[in-house]
Ligand binder design. Structure first.
Ligand SMILES: *[C@@H]1O[C@H](CO)[C@@H](O)[C@H](O)[C@H]1NC(C)=O
Ligand SMILES: *[C@@H]1O[C@H](CO)[C@@H](O)[C@H](O)[C@H]1NC(C)=O
Ligand SMILES: *[C@@H]1O[C@H](CO)[C@@H](O)[C@H](O)[C@H]1NC(C)=O
Ligand SMILES: *[C@@H]1O[C@H](CO)[C@@H](O)[C@H](O)[C@H]1NC(C)=O
Ligand SMILES: *[C@@H]1O[C@H](CO)[C@@H](O)[C@H](O)[C@H]1NC(C)=O
Ligand SMILES: *[C@@H]1O[C@H](CO)[C@@H](O)[C@H](O)[C@H]1NC(C)=O
Length: 502
């Protein structure tokens, strides 16, 4: 029973993703889907990719196997949001209770430096210098190496096949429309996503034959093809042509970081979250600790409950800008604060039910960063191994470059770093030093893959896409179901609120 419940939540988690991005009602209606299953479930942003993952489970694949197949599929059909040119956070909880966090986020190139943009924020937001070293293939392969049951090539081939010809979804078309100028300006994107000078339409067949060949090489030769082989060599050559600084040595040096997930007991549940450089897990735990003190469910209900959530969000955003990549900055104090019920209690004392405050009340010392994009998937297999994974190339179509010789859309993840500015005239807070660029460092993220356990049993797998809005969206869906008792469909369909202080 618990399992099928979890599965429902899975499916809806992916619906939440779409709603968070303000899809037209008609598209959301299409996704009003409830699935009951005893043997596993796959929820992704795209039905084609959910089916590919489901078929892997039907063949006896592990949740990690299905994750590989579904995530690579998303990189093809939802190529404005994620792909092998980007990075990902994968949270895995095995049926035996062991949990792992696979951090395959992009890293700053070896030639990157704190002042590489000389204060020009538009250079880190778009274009060749905004590209971070991609991690997704390495992360998927490492998780598969440890847990996979089906052959690697079996899991990569469906995406390779799709890349030869797939139909443009309404969602991808919306993203193309919003990025039209960038698509028309880049030869690689233009070749794949336009025909005769205009964008492909919904339902049109899109062909990315180079990407198909790239995936075939990865199917056959594994991640070496990408990180130290023909794909990587071609990719680096293209990036250099764009004016980027990534070299083959960057790809060869890429490392997946495997970490202990954050774990916290709140409201009678055990919540597993993504550790830094994501701020998602710690952010969720801090907010839930604050809200828990008001009493569940009465304390989080109605307009006062909503007010408390928003005030908690503001505190969380202020605090989280002190986080950064723990391999480079000592964040042990701020992290232990964010996980501590006592710290949450102190913050709660500064929240008033009858008023809000000016931004400085929330104690934020640093400029709040806005991240973008992403794609999310939730998978549970028949043995109740569960995966929650968020993947991204950051903004729609990332850096707005498609590598012509590999078909890969490149990320603009460098935009998630903070950079020093000389601008002290405005009243904007200064940038956060913990998140300054260093070679090989990973930028701060909001991605919040989350797994919920009760009495030692898997209870739910949730997550969302939507950049900075991910943490709020995931918490609200979580509260709707686990605190307010709403059914899973209602939990994700309910309207949501958001505030990030400034
Ligand atoms: C700040 O100004 C100094 C002196 O003009 C310059 O050398 C430095 O590159 C500037 N830094 C940024 C981040 O713009
Ligand atoms: C920042 O970079 C963009 C993109 O190259 C350029 O158009 C703009 O002029 C630069 N701004 C400044 C202040 O240098
Ligand atoms: C392409 O556009 C031109 C000019 O708008 C038009 O004459 C031509 O018929 C179009 N070709 C196709 C294949 O649609
Ligand atoms: C890259 O490939 C070469 C052989 O082509 C091999 O000698 C080398 O060890 C590889 N480097 C890494 C980092 O895998
Ligand atoms: C990190 O900072 C904490 C205090 O904030 C300190 O106790 C600890 O020793 C520091 N760790 C390292 C490795 O410097
Ligand atoms: C809110 O209530 C506190 C006491 O609980 C009071 O000090 C404060 O003035 C009130 N604020 C407003 C705007 O009424």
């Amino acid at each position: 029973m618990a399992f099928s419940f979890a599965a429902i939540l899975l499916l809806l988690a992916s619906t939440a993703v779409l709603l968070a991005l303000n899809l037209q009602a008609v598209f959301a209606e299409q996704r009003r889907e409830v699935i009951l299953s005893r043997h596993g479930a796959v929820a992704t942003d795209d039905l084609r990719c959910s089916r590919i993952g489901r078929d892997v489970l039907k063949e006896g694949g592990h949740a990690v196997d299905a994750t590989v197949a579904s995530a690579l599929c998303l990189g093809v059909v939802s190529s404005a949001s994620s792909g092998i040119g980007g990075g990902a956070f994968m949270l895995l909880r095995l049926a035996n209770g062991k949990a792992q966090a696979f951090d395959s986020r992009e890293t700053a190139p070896l030639h990157a430096s704190e002042n590489m943009y000389a204060g020009n924020a538009s250079l880190k937001a778009k274009g060749a210098l905004s590209i971070g070293v991609p991690g997704e293939v390495a992360g998927l392969h490492e998780a598969w190496r440890q847990h996979g049951k089906l052959p690697w090539s079996r899991l990569v081939r469906p995406a390779a096949r799709l890349a030869r010809g797939f139909r443009i979804s309404p969602y991808l078309h919306m993203q193309m429309d919003k990025t039209k100028e960038g698509i028309l300006a880049d030869e690689g994107l233009r070749k794949i996503f336009t025909s005769n000078g205009s964008l492909l339409q919904i339902g049109d067949l899109c062909h990315n034959r180079r990407l198909s060949q790239t995936l075939e090489a990865i199917a056959r030769y594994g991640p070496q093809a990408f990180y130290n082989g023909s794909v990587g060599i071609a990719l680096v050559k293209d990036i250099k042509k764009f004016g980027g600084i990534i070299t083959l040595r960057d790809l060869q040096s890429y490392q997946v970081n495997i970490k202990e997930p954050l774990s916290s007991d709140i409201m009678g549940l055990n919540i597993l979250g993504m550790p830094p450089p994501s701020s998602g897990g710690a952010g969720m735990i801090l907010i839930l600790h604050i809200l828990d003190q008001y009493g569940i469910p009465s304390g989080v209900s109605g307009s006062v409950g909503l007010h408390r959530l928003i005030e908690s969000l503001k505190h969380m955003f202020a605090v989280r800008m002190n986080l950064g990549d723990p391999d480079f900055v000592n964040i042990s104090q701020v992290l232990s604060d964010m996980l501590s019920p006592k710290f949450a209690h102190e913050l709660k004392k500064t929240i008033m039910d009858n008023m809000t405050f000016s931004p400085d009340h929330y104690g934020g010392k640093w400029n709040i960063l806005s991240d973008h994009g992403t794609s999310h998937l939730c998978i549970v297999d028949s043995r109740r191994n569960g995966v929650s994974m968020t993947s991204t190339i950051n903004s729609y179509f990332g850096a707005e470059y498609l590598s012509p010789s590999t078909g890969i859309v490149l990320n603009n993840e460098m935009d998630d770093f903070s950079i020093p500015t000389n601008d002290s005239s405005s009243d904007v807070p200064p940038p956060a030093p913990a998140n300054f660029i260093r070679p090989l460092k990973r930028p701060l993220s909001s991605m919040s893959p989350t797994i919920i356990v009760k009495d030692g049993l898997l209870k739910g797998v949730v997550g969302a896409s939507g950049g900075s809005m991910i943490i709020a969206g995931t918490i609200e869906v979580f509260l709707n179901h686990f605190a307010k008792g709403m059914d899973p469909l209602a939990s994700v369909m309910a309207p949501r609120s958001y505030h990030q202080v400034s």
